[in-house]
Design a protein around this ligand. Structure first.
Ligand code: S6P
Ligand code: ZN
Length: 193
């Protein structure tokens, strides 16, 4: 298999990767069950805000071993829960990932199947290493977009179902303007491997 060099340009202001091969827009209606306050979800579904966008660039000439991408999470809340990504395990469980935050302020939730959880800060310049076997979700706790760059093995794949079923054991909520980590009352460990 041939692996050829390629370049990409990420606009630092917007997080957009030029000529991305895939652009994913996620609105509230794409993930209503992921938020704990279902009354707030119903109330905000009419407006159906875009929560985040992801730009993925694959080697256009040969299949590459790595995907590169960026994500832009808008500021805002559903009820008191900050806008966030769905979160996922990689289908290929051992596949790791690296995030580099360009701008904004966030939290990275990391959780293993065993329930072990860690919460990391995301801020400009911070590099987060996500080992294989840890589900990962990013949360924008600031007032402007949270923009980060990511690199991960091209064959990692995404398992969203496990997180949709069991959730993360912690929620990140806006408590009078301050981000707070609280227990998730709907956390259902053991439902899914
Ligand atoms: C891919 C990587 C990111 C996320 C993106 C959106 O492995 O972790 O590019 O896909 O941040 O999150 P999610 O959970 O909706 O895929
Ligand atoms: Zn990932």
């Amino acid at each position: 298999m041939k692996h050829l060099p390629f370049d990409a340009l990420m606009e630092l202001e917007s997080g957009v990767i030029d000529e991305a091969s895939q652009v994913i827009n996620r609105r509230l209606s794409d993930m209503p069950s992921f938020f704990h306050d279902q009354d707030a979800v119903q109330a905000q579904l009419e407006e159906d805000p875009v929560l985040y966008r992801t730009y993925v660039k694959q080697n256009p000439i040969s299949s590459s071993l790595w995907n590169i991408g960026s994500s832009v999470i808008e500021p805002g809340t559903v009820g008191n829960e900050y806008f966030m990504t769905k979160g996922h395990f990689h289908l290929k469980e051992e596949a790791p990932e690296v995030y580099f935050t360009v701008s904004g302020s966030g939290r990275l939730l990391l959780q293993k199947h065993s329930g072990e959880i860690e919460v990391k800060k995301m801020a400009p310049g911070v590099i987060n290493y996500i080992p294989g076997g840890w589900a990962h979700r990013t949360v924008n706790v600031g007032e402007k977009p949270l923009i980060f760059f990511a690199v991960w093995p091209a064959d990692a794949g995404h398992n969203y179902g496990a997180i949709e079923e069991m959730g993360f054991s912690r929620l990140v909520v806006n408590d009078r303007g301050v981000p707070k980590i609280i227990d998730n009352p709907r956390y259902a460990p053991g439902l899914v491997k």
